[in-house]
Design a protein. Structure first.
Length: 678
């Protein structure tokens, strides 16, 4: 085992050395070590304290986490069959162990005794309180038979969620289509370059389309061929379902049914009426009813604006190209043409000003001005792919505070979307009070460099980059020294999007754009006229966009508040019912959005997708303070860091927000930002 790189205590994961056959032996060894550590701690007979019980147990768990993190990450970004098999072999073992600990009454009683220690500082007291809640929600107080069943459900859910994501990835990778230049009429040169590159990669002539996000979005937004738009739309919205071009091959239908049923059974075992009630135990929102009321109010505020926006697109499609039966595959195309006409602005006019390299530099400059930190590249760090870069985060005095892996571009066998994940968490180590520095992965799926030109981003991609960087700063800037409340740990899920959505605002402001929005060839700053037109687009179709997000959020909430677990028809009926209430755009019957809704079926957002809108209320309100005091006011930035980013999960999110804003959050700034204020 000494030659297993996952068992070494390297400062950073040795990615090129990690092989699939290392994974299971390493995890087995570390799980055995965790169990041995726990039994040793319980056997001492000494009254449990933070120092003699919680801290050594957390240290063992951190060793396990540091081995699993690169495996989990590689499974998402360089997925291949042997790694997938090793990853899946470990999932039930990890789930079994964590549930075993969470259901161990001896450990629960130890935490209860630690919680009674009046000398604990606030962060550790919060960590222990959170742990006690997790024990209860893991069924520690259940009778043995029900506790065993709960454990089985946890393991099964882990397996089902992984298979859901695998089906989605496989279905996405499976669809390709050759295309002619005539069919691709309307696509910008950057998208054509991607299609040529994909054809070369597949050793075919001409162009090849796929369902990777940059290509799919380019076709839906720019292809003049209505038939092509419909074809790629159908392939995309039927992925991993029983219908469409690969119908039934990677069908997520039975997985969805079982996932919802398992969650429903978990809630019942714990004595809750539904799974959403369980989820709210860890949220700012107190009840599903409070969330439903919040979402419904937003829908009512947005509906008339959304209806007017849709009617405008319908009228424009009829007048401009004679399309009188606007369909789902037409909406993005005609919306973009309408936007171009109204604001005299195209994506391609903006793209030369947003090279990926400059946008990353802009991220770092914004962070530097707000928080007094800087990011420096390192070339001696091992990566999992040549596209990846690594940066050290340093304080103003040069002290290293953490690290960042950046993986920006779409490629085959890489999970779609954009996300931040942790590689290392900030925590105190050793008796001398040393600190393990935090390290993050920031992953996107942007248009890669094509034809010898630099990668040029759309403004929307820049917004996505800033969003994920907000999560990254939350992880890296923490000052907490205990893993359970460090970074995003211990933060209520409906507040965790606050830093990410807050940082998006800098993508729209002249003062921030001047730091990085420069033409990649001439070095010219984004002209004022272009910026004015860009700003004017911010609330374009804001009503329709909001209702779309509310549709997802309400579907998630209603699905997880049903009195009985539904079958596939029932899941579809829930979605149809939500659309009937809030949607102005109704997709075709073959649309199977739910089959690719990985956020709730394979991610952490079950009964929590509303968190994006809930946190957006917080972020819009927080940003108004910067508007009032200065976009780069160092005192305001320092207050944000001290009140929220450095605090991690050491205090309730509502309390941290009040510390920054001086009051309770208001919904009005968000409505003003979206052009929906009365």
């Amino acid at each position: 085992m000494t030659d297993n790189p996952l068992l070494r205590d390297d400062p950073l994961p040795p990615f090129p050395e990690i092989r699939p056959d290392h994974v299971e032996p390493a995890i087995d060894a570390l799980l055995a070590e965790c169990r041995e550590t726990l039994e040793g701690l319980l056997a001492t007979g000494a009254p449990p304290t933070w120092d003699n019980f919680v801290a050594p147990l957390e240290a063992a768990h951190d060793r396990l986490s540091k081995a699993w993190s690169p495996v989990r990450h590689m499974n998402a970004v360089v997925n291949e069959q042997s790694l997938r098999e090793a990853y899946n072999a470990c999932l039930p073992k990890l789930s079994a162990y964590h549930t075993e600990v969470a259901q161990d009454e001896r450990v629960f009683r130890a935490y209860q005794r630690v919680a009674a220690d009046a000398t604990l500082d606030r962060a550790r007291a919060k960590a222990v309180d959170d742990a006690q809640l997790e024990f209860r929600l893991a069924g520690v107080s259940l009778p043995e038979e029900r506790r065993r069943r709960f454990s089985e459900l946890v393991q099964r859910l882990s397996e089902l969620s992984s298979r859901f994501q695998e089906h989605l990835l496989d279905a996405t990778n499976a669809w390709t289509r050759p295309a002619t230049a005539e069919e691709l009429d309307g696509l910008p040169e950057s998208a054509l370059g991607m299609a040529r590159q994909a054809a070369e990669r597949a050793s075919v002539e001409g162009y090849q389309l796929n369902l990777e996000p940059p290509t799919f979005l380019a076709v839906m937004t720019h292809a003049r061929s209505r038939e092509l738009r419909r074809e790629i739309y159908e392939a995309y919205v039927t992925r991993a379902s029983e219908t469409g071009p690969h119908g039934g091959r990677w069908d997520n239908t039975p997985l969805m049914e079982e996932i919802v049923a398992c969650r429903r059974e978990q809630a019942a075992l714990l004595g809750y009426g539904n799974y959403a009630e369980v989820a709210m135990e860890r949220r700012m929102a107190r009840t599903p009813e409070e969330v439903r009321s919040f979402l419904t109010e937003l829908a009512e505020r947005a509906r008339s604006k959304a209806e007017a926006e849709l009617e405008e697109v319908r009228r424009f499609a009829a007048e401009s190209e004679g399309v009188k039966d606007l369909q789902a595959w037409d909406l993005a195309y005609f919306s973009e043409r309408l936007r171009e006409q109204r604001f005299e602005l195209t994506e391609e006019e903006l793209r030369p000003y947003f090279s990926a390299e400059a946008a990353v530099g802009g991220l770092f400059q914004v962070a530097g001005r707000l928080f007094g930190v800087r990011f420096e590249p390192r070339s001696d760090v091992p990566f999992w792919h040549p596209d990846v870069r690594y940066y050290e985060l340093l304080d103003a005095d040069g002290t290293v505070r953490g690290g960042l892996y950046l993986d920006l571009y779409a490629r085959p066998h890489k999970r779609g979307g954009a996300w931040m994940d942790e590689c290392r968490v900030r925590r105190r180590i050793g008796r001398e009070g040393g600190i393990q520095l935090p390290v993050a992965y920031l992953t996107c799926n942007f248009t890669p460099p094509v034809g010898g030109k630099p990668a040029l981003l759309t403004h929307e991609e820049v917004v996505t980059l800033f969003h994920e960087f907000g999560h990254t700063l939350h992880h890296l800037l923490t000052r907490q020294e205990w893993q359970p409340v460090s970074g995003i740990h211990g933060v209520e899920w409906d507040a965790v999007e606050l830093p990410s959505q807050l940082l998006e605002n800098w993508c729209w402001e002249r003062e921030a754009l001047d730091l990085f929005a420069v033409h990649h060839e001439t070095g010219e700053r984004l002209p004022e006229d272009l910026h004015r037109r860009l700003r004017a687009t911010r609330d374009f179709q804001a009503g329709m966009k909001l209702l779309r997000q509310l549709e997802f959020s309400l579907f998630d909430l209603e699905l997880h508040t049903l009195p009985e677990a539904p079958d596939a028809a029932g899941i579809q009926a829930v979605l149809d019912g939500v659309r009937e209430r809030v949607a102005v755009v109704r997709p075709p019957e073959f649309n199977r959005f739910q089959h690719s809704f990985a956020h709730i079926f394979a991610g952490g957002y079950a009964a929590g997708y509303y968190s994006y809108k809930w946190a957006e209320v917080l972020s819009a309100d927080a940003f108004e303070r910067f508007v009032e005091e200065g976009l780069f006011n160092p005192d305001t930035g320092r207050d944000l860091a001290r009140a929220i980013l450095e605090q991690g999960g050491s205090a309730p999110a509502r309390e941290l927000f009040r510390a920054f804003r001086g009051r309770e959050p208001s919904i009005e700034p968000l409505l003003r930002q979206m052009g929906l204020a009365a």
